[in-house]
Design a protein around this ligand. Structure first.
Ligand SMILES: CC(C)(COP(=O)(O)OP(=O)(O)OC[C@H]1O[C@@H](n2cnc3c(N)ncnc32)[C@H](O)[C@@H]1OP(=O)(O)O)[C@@H](O)C(=O)NCCC(=O)NCCS
Length: 180
């Protein structure tokens, strides 16, 4: 007997990606996801991920230093990330730099917002979180604004790609001081 095709109503629904702290077992998948988003050439300063060994070292050093690194997993594959890397100088230890990305086929389904909110929830002790975003990255800017980030300035001609220059925005979010 011919197998009946599932109707849209009976098709299995995919569970939403799970968000977990990045562990050593996720490093290769994290590197692949960063590389995919970087190669789109529109969103990140890098146009490909750094070599795996360097990525691994950067992440492990950041984790040792108290950084927050989350990944989103769909069928055990890393499909998104959000991280906060602490600054080194002693006078800047209250602030961190945010980086994030979601691979193309998982965008516009709420995953970026989930990743960002979960990361911020784990960083309540940090007074200042900042990032630099290309000025034409409207999706990311809208997400950041809706989560409390404000534009602090424009970095003119910040990026140059294929001879074209792009401005970028410095955005930051301040955690209220206790008791204020
Ligand atoms: C920015 C990014 C992480 C958002 O992830 P996402 O999973 O697509 O975002 P979500 O579905 O959670 O949407 C969150 C918000 O982003 C904004 N947004 C998402 N897609 C948008 C679009 N196409 N246009 C305008 N705003 C958009 C909206 O404010 C949206 O909130 P809403 O759904 O309540 O309207 C994702 O687009 C991405 O990875 N982009 C490439 C990498 C990148 O830009 N990284 C940041 C570098 S600074």
């Amino acid at each position: 007997m011919a197998e009946s095709r599932p109707t849209p109503d009976t098709q299995p629904t995919q569970a939403p990606p799970q968000i977990v702290p990045l562990g050593r077992q996720h490093l290769a998948g994290f590197h692949r996801a960063v590389d995919r988003v970087a190669r789109e050439g529109r969103y990140l300063a890098m146009l490909e991920a750094p070599p795996f060994a360097r990525t691994r070292r950067l992440v492990l050093d950041s984790l040792k230093d108290g950084g927050v690194h989350l990944v989103a997993l769909a069928n055990d594959e890393v499909v998104g990330w959000c991280d906060l890397r602490l600054k080194a100088a002693v006078t800047l230890r209250h602030s961190a730099i945010l980086g994030m990305g979601v691979v193309a086929e998982h965008r516009h389904r709420g995953l970026g917002r989930r990743l960002l909110l979960e990361t911020l929830a784990r960083a309540r002790s940090l007074r200042r979180i900042e990032l630099i975003v290309r000025a034409d990255n409207t999706a990311a800017i809208a997400l950041y604004r809706s989560c409390g980030f404000e534009v602090e300035g424009t970095c003119r001609s910040y990026l140059r790609h294929d001879g074209v220059e792009f401005d970028a925005l410095l955005m930051a979010r301040l955690e209220p001081l206790p008791g204020v």
